[in-house]
Write a protein of this length. Structure first.
Length: 270
């Protein structure tokens, strides 16, 4: 294990992060929304639907890290303005990915949580930059990264002064090809053994398949995750990114109900 000072368990009490009236690390968080913000109508419709289903934060990418430079890259500032409007209409705090260190400080006017995606987990200049601002950071695990490397990246952010880091397990690359990635759920209890930081699970990018999202969400909750982040689209077939893994608002609503029931059941056992 790399040297951990600020993120190590025992250094601090369990981290609890206040976002509006949500306490991440204490309350269960359900983040839902489209992979990409595509237009205002789509985003507001999805935002309203996920809120009705019980989500307590809205996700949506305005800057998209796409494998091909010819794929949809996101709406940028226009997308962030749409997200701000969605927050005004629903009250849901906004989670959105930042790709470039030069965008960190101004993006804070539009989002409540800055997401660092798997592809940028070890972008050290980006990590240092988000360490300087006063916004919670959702740090996704790199697809080729060990738990130790991941915690070292969180350490970069804490070292710069931002202690509000939420980790997100989103699957790692293995030889398996049926699922998009392999969800490493042992990372959840492992992180809890090693660190005081909250950890949530992204069953969407971990599996890449709609049919696997519900079972992996149930397993994530059972493993002790502090929340989930799930992609939802009102018309998945037409989605501009990640169309094979988007839940419809109806299937998200069913998932949310099952997850909240499971949470209640598990809480009664403790
Ligand atoms: C995303 O959340 O839209 C995303 C690109 O996820 P990841 O960085 O985990 O691939
Ligand atoms: Mn996506």
């Amino acid at each position: 294990m790399n040297q951990l000072k600020l993120t190590a368990k025992g250094i601090n009490n369990k981290t609890v992060i206040h976002i509006g009236d949500i306490c991440v690390g204490r309350d269960f968080i359900m983040i839902a929304g489209p992979c990409s913000v595509e237009n205002e109508e789509q985003t507001l419709k999805i935002a309203m639907a996920v809120k009705r289903a019980g989500a307590n934060m809205l996700r949506g990418g305005a800057f998209k890290p796409r494998t091909s430079p010819y794929s949809f890259q996101g709406l940028g500032l226009k997308g962030l303005k749409i997200l701000k409007k969605a927050r005004e209409q629903t009250g849901l705090p906004i989670v959105s990915e930042v790709l470039d260190p030069r965008d960190v400080s101004w993006m804070c006017d539009y989002v409540d949580v800055l997401q660092i995606g798997a592809r940028n987990m070890q972008n050290f200049s980006l990590l240092k930059e988000v360490g300087h601002v006063n916004k919670p950071v959702l740090l996704k695990r790199g697809m080729y990264s060990t738990i130790s490397e991941w915690l070292s990246c969180a350490e970069y952010i804490l070292k710069e002064g931002n202690s509000n880091v939420i980790l997100c397990e989103r699957g790692i690359r293995t030889f398996e090809t049926y699922s998009r990635n392999t969800l490493d759920l042992s990372a959840v209890p492992a992180i809890k053994e090693l660190s005081h930081l909250p950890i949530i699970v992204d069953p969407t990018h971990a599996t890449g398949r709609v049919s696997l999202i519900l079972p992996m969400s149930m397993a994530a909750v059972s493993s002790g995750a502090d929340g989930l982040i799930v992609e939802v689209h009102d018309n998945p077939e037409k989605a501009l990114s990640d169309k094979d893994q988007a839940l419809t608002p109806e299937s998200f609503s069913e998932l949310a109900e099952k997850i909240f029931n499971l949470r209640n059941f598990l809480e009664k056992q403790n």
